[in-house]
Write a protein that binds this ligand. Structure first.
Ligand SMILES: [Zn+2]
Length: 267
C-alpha cells in the first residue's frame, strides 16, 4: 500500500497535524490523521509553503482519487491560488464528439460527455452555439505550456495569472471545458449570457468568475466551465482557499507531480 505523509500546519501555528495519506485499494482511498502535535510557536513564515485549509473528511474518503489537493507553491509565491488535480486515467477518457477524435483536448471524462452534450443541445434549441475548444489536458501538455512561457521570459506573476502550473489545472480531470472563442471575445457571444442563465440546470459552473478572480489572483475566464453535477465533480471542485500552510515535508507531493512530467517537455 502506498502511504504518503503530509504534514500540515494551520495558519497561526495553532496545530501541527500529521496526516498519512493511504493509497487507493480496490478503488477506495483513505486518509488517516495519526497525530496532532502542539504548535511551533517560533515557526518562521519563510519555512512554510502552502496548501488548503481543508483536509478530507470521512465522506470524501470513499471517492475515487480522494487525495487531498494542495496549492501550488510556485503560484502562491506570487499570491495566486492553483489547486492540484489528478489526471484522468486514459480508460476514463472518451471522444467528446467535437473536432479531431485523435486530439487529447477533444477528449472528455466519460461521465461528463452526456451532461455536456445535453447542455449543448439545449443551447442549440435556443439558437445558441456552444463549441468546446479544449477539454482534457495532460499534466505533460500543461508543463509544456508553462515552460514555453518561461522560455519566452514571462514573469511568474504573468504566467500564473492566466495558466495553471502542471498538475494544477482543472482540465487534467476531464471535467472542465473551454468554449470557443477562448479569450475575452467570449463575453460578447450569445453563449456567455446563455450559460450564466442556464448552465447550473445542467450541472455546470464558471470557475474563474470576477469574484473568484479577486480572491484567488487568477484571471477571470468567461469561457472556462466545470462540471459539478455528480458526486465526483462536487468533490473535485468544492470551494477551497489557500489560507493554510504546509511545511516543507510536503515537497514530496510536489515532487510526485513533477515526476509525472517528462523532462523532454521542458526543452
Ligand atoms: Zn480552461
Amino acid at each position: 500500500m502506498n502511504i504518503k505523509k503530509i504534514t500540515i500546519m494551520q495558519m497561526g501555528n495553532l496545530a501541527h497535524v500529521v496526516i498519512y495519506r493511504l493509497g487507493c485499494l480496490s478503488g477506495l482511498c483513505a486518509v488517516a490523521i495519526f497525530g496532532m502535535q502542539t504548535a511551533f510557536a517560533a515557526q518562521e513564515p519563510s519555512d512554510v509553503i502552502t496548501t488548503l485549509d481543508k483536509v478530507k473528511d470521512e465522506k470524501s474518503a470513499d471517492l475515487k482519487h480522494a487525495d487531498a489537493p494542495i496549492c501550488s507553491p510556485e503560484a502562491l509565491a506570487q499570491g495566486i491560488w492553483h489547486f492540484s488535480y489528478d489526471e484522468a486515467s486514459r480508460a476514463d477518457l472518451v471522444w467528446s464528439g467535437f473536432g479531431d477524435k485523435r486530439h487529447a483536448n477533444k477528449k472528455i471524462h466519460k461521465d461528463v460527455k452526456e451532461p455536456l452534450l445535453e447542455m449543448i443541445k439545449a443551447a442549440k434549441k435556443d439558437k445558441v452555439d456552444l463549441y468546446p475548444a479544449s477539454i482534457f489536458r495532460s499534466v505533460k501538455k500543461q508543463a509544456w505550456i508553462v515552460n514555453d512561457k518561461i522560455r519566452k521570459k514571462q514573469k511568474p506573476e504573468q504566467i500564473y495569472f492566466v495558466s495553471s502550473p502542471a498538475g494544477f489545472s482543472e482540465h487534467h480531470t476531464g471535467y472542465a471545458v473551454d468554449f470557443y472563442p477562448v479569450d475575452e471575445k467570449f463575453v460578447k457571444t450569445k453563449a456567455y449570457p446563455w450559460l450564466l442563465e442556464n448552465a447550473e440546470k445542467f450541472g455546470w459552473e464558471q470557475t474563474f468568475t470576477a469574484d473568484y478572480s479577486k480572491k484567488s489572483g487568477v484571471s477571470e475566464e468567461a469561457w472556462h466551465w466545470r462540471y459539478v453535477g455528480d458526486e465526483y465533480g462536487k468533490h473535485l471542485f468544492e470551494p477551497r482557499t489557500c489560507q493554510s500552510l504546509i511545511v516543507d515535508e510536503n515537497r514530496g507531493v510536489i515532487d510526485e507531480i513533477k515526476d509525472l512530467v517528462d523532462d523532454k517537455s521542458s526543452n
